[in-house]
Ligand binder design. Structure first.
Ligand SMILES: Nc1nc2c(ncn2[C@@H]2O[C@H](COP(=O)(O)OP(=O)(O)OP(=O)(O)O)[C@@H](O)[C@H]2O)c(=O)[nH]1
Ligand SMILES: [Mg+2]
Length: 327
């Protein structure tokens, strides 16, 4: 498993679940006769409803204990409080189905077949109501599942370099040039561009480089609440932030704007921040002297790229945790 929301089960919709429960129940009923048939129908229908609803709830990871990166990400995408609310409702409905079964089981006992059948029908109507009551919750959980299952595979416990900077400064070019060809590209539901996660192997440790189009590429004030929450998620995953700047203006943004973003990122992250001036191949003498002493590179020619990579890996400074309890 790669991330905690990857294998969420598909919740049934309310109509589907009621149909399934009642058709299994009538099959179970046909195998018996008289009072036994009615009681078997009740048990089957209630159990199917109760079990299926319970499986919906247990299929979700515990939102209190998932890594804060995934917690904040889920919050950005679907809202954790809303999610909790839907799961609580479905859990309630599962228990309610069992309660209805218990309640009617005792009523079915020792009555005439006609009364038994009447009670059983009443029980079915109440079961259907209970499921219908959580129909909206099931639908919301279905949507949440669809939004969360195909997230980019970022493992927050691994050393992670978040690559930030204005659009067109060369973030993706850098990540592509240093990482394996099989980089995973995936979309977050809140960015229009694709998030890429590149992997670099260094001394048997896998470092993740996360490209962040649409998130860390402009002033915080221009981010909507969902994007801000996603940035918050990134603060839990990042071990260092590499801010790429283009001092030549090729990207279309003046350097002072880009440097303001750098200051914002320093405020937001309490990890080491590494800055690199890209487009070295396009810098004139004046620009070169302006950035003298800082990291510079040209992704286009490859100059300086390895040094930046080494610096990023060192800044991420990953020390594998030693097992505390060796037995
Ligand atoms: N001359 C020159 N061009 C570069 C360099 N690095 C990147 N480019 C070019 O700049 C353009 C933008 O590069 P990208 O890597 O797409 O920039 P980005 O930061 O990922 O942009 P967004 O994804 O829009 O945020 C591309 O056409 C690159 O080929 C460089 O060092 N020198
Ligand atoms: Mg890009």
């Amino acid at each position: 498993m790669s991330h905690p929301f990857e294998s969420l089960p598909t919740p049934p919709l309310d109509d589907e679940l009621v149909d399934k429960a009642f058709s299994r129940a009538s099959r179970a009923g046909r195998a018996k006769s008289g009072l036994d048939a009615q009681s078997s129908m009740l048990q089957t229908a209630a159990n199917i409803i109760s079990d299926n609803l319970e499986n919906v709830v247990t299929g979700w990871p515990d939102l209190d204990t998932v890594h804060p990166f995934y917690h904040d990400l889920a919050d950005a995408i679907v809202g954790v409080d809303a999610l909790r609310g839907h799961l609580n409702e479905v859990g309630w409905a599962s228990r309610k189905a069992t309660d209805i079964r218990t309640e009617y089981e005792s009523r079915l006992r020792g009555t005439s077949l006609e009364t038994t059948r009447k009670h059983r029908k009443q029980a079915f109507a109440r079961l259907a109501d209970v499921v219908e009551e959580v129909g909206d919750d099931l639908e919301a959980l279905m949507n949440a599942r669809n939004s969360l299952r195909s997230l980019p595979d970022i493992r927050p416990d691994r050393p992670t370099v978040v690559v930030a900077g204005y659009p067109n400064v060369g973030k993706s070019s850098f990540v592509n040039s240093i990482t394996r060809a099989d980089n995973e590209a995936a979309s977050y539901p809140f960015t229009t561009t694709q998030v890429r996660v590149g992997h670099v192997e260094h001394r048997h440790i896998n470092y993740q480089f996360v490209d962040t189009p649409g998130l860390l590429d402009r002033p915080p004030a221009e981010r909507n609440p969902v994007e801000s929450q996603a940035v918050s998620a990134l603060t839990h995953a990042a071990d260092t932030v590499l801010v790429v700047l283009d001092p030549t203006g090729t990207c279309g943004y003046p350097l002072d704007l880009q440097e303001r973003l750098l200051a914002d990122i320093r405020d937001r992250f309490d990890t080491p921040i590494l800055t690199v001036y890209n487009m070295l191949d396009r810098m004139d003498e004046e620009t070169r002297s302006r950035v003298d002493g800082a990291y510079t590179m040209s992704v286009a020619t490859g100059e300086g790229v390895d040094a930046v990579l080494d610096a990023a890996i060192e800044a991420a400074d990953y020390e594998p945790e030693l097992p505390v309890d060796e037995q």
